[in-house]
Design a protein around this ligand. Structure first.
Ligand SMILES: Nc1ncnc2c1ncn2[C@@H]1O[C@H](COP(=O)(O)OP(=O)(O)OP(=O)(O)O)[C@@H](O)[C@H]1O
Length: 226
């Protein structure tokens, strides 16, 4: 395997419901190399979102480590973890989470402006990424003026515009009809190939999972092949 962009080692996450322990993930380990793809499937409540939150540094494991680009996420302070997250990771969710008052171009420019990149440069990069996802003609449309598939493509452009080494996607097409979902799957994979961005998806969708290089299933807190 090439150098890992993501390593999960012995991840365990438990929650407490009063004095009752809920063990959601137990001893979960895997690696994703540069430009590789991985799917995690599992039934509702199996812990897919919990795993993704740990991988993105949004939640802390009860035990175990997550390394992004070789750096232990939870050994870092809050600010450093935020910086690593901003520079190395892109997130795509089932619901696009675009800002309704801004158009597609402004939404995609936002992560670059937050990084204090110059406006002209941010606009150029955002226009290029929107063109890559097939939305060159929709730059000035607000989310409410875009179709569901176009909104999701905008969200993908926003996740990729910072050129992260890894995209974490949570049911990226869960909200779309089959045909639109298939187009988004193709888009995610072609961007993975073109840009070399590693991709981790958690999904119910066996079709999407089947397109990924590594496939795992969460079952009773454990990660199983297939
Ligand atoms: N903060 C929390 N406190 C207590 N229990 C939690 C918490 N977060 C998640 N859980 C529990 O952990 C389990 C896994 O939840 P998670 O959302 O990761 O599942 P999922 O596989 O993503 O489900 P779905 O496919 O329905 O979105 C569930 O039983 C959930 O109730």
């Amino acid at each position: 395997m090439s150098d890992p962009v993501l390593e999960a080692e012995s991840l365990t996450r438990r929650f407490w419901d009063g004095d009752r322990e809920i063990l959601v993930l137990e001893d979960v380990s895997f690696r994703v190399g540069i430009g590789e793809t991985l799917a995690v499937t599992g039934s509702s409540g199996s812990g897919k979102s919990t795993l993704l939150h740990l991988l993105g540094g949004l939640d802390r494991p009860s035990a175990g480590t997550v390394r992004v680009g070789g750096q232990d996420l939870f050994a870092l302070g809050e600010a450093e973890r935020g910086t690593l997250r901003n520079w190395e990771l892109g997130f795509v969710y089932q619901f696009h989470h675009l800002m309704p008052e801004f158009d597609a171009l402004e939404n995609v420019m936002m992560p670059l402006l937050i990084r204090r990149q110059g406006r002209a440069e941010a606009q150029e990069a955002a226009e290029e990424m929107l063109a890559r996802v097939g939305l060159a003609e929709r730059l000035r449309h607000k989310p409410s003026e875009l179709s569901g598939g176009e909104r999701q493509r905008t969200a993908i452009a926003r996740a990729l515009v910072t050129r992260p080494s890894l995209i974490l996607a949570d049911e990226p097409t869960g909200n779309l009809d089959d045909r639109t979902a298939e187009r988004i799957h193709d888009l995610l994979l072609s961007l993975n190939r073109e840009l070399g961005t590693a991709l981790v998806v958690v999904t119910h969708d066996a079709g999407l999972a089947g397109l990924m290089g590594q496939q795992f299933r969460l079952l009773e807190g454990h990660l199983e092949a297939g």
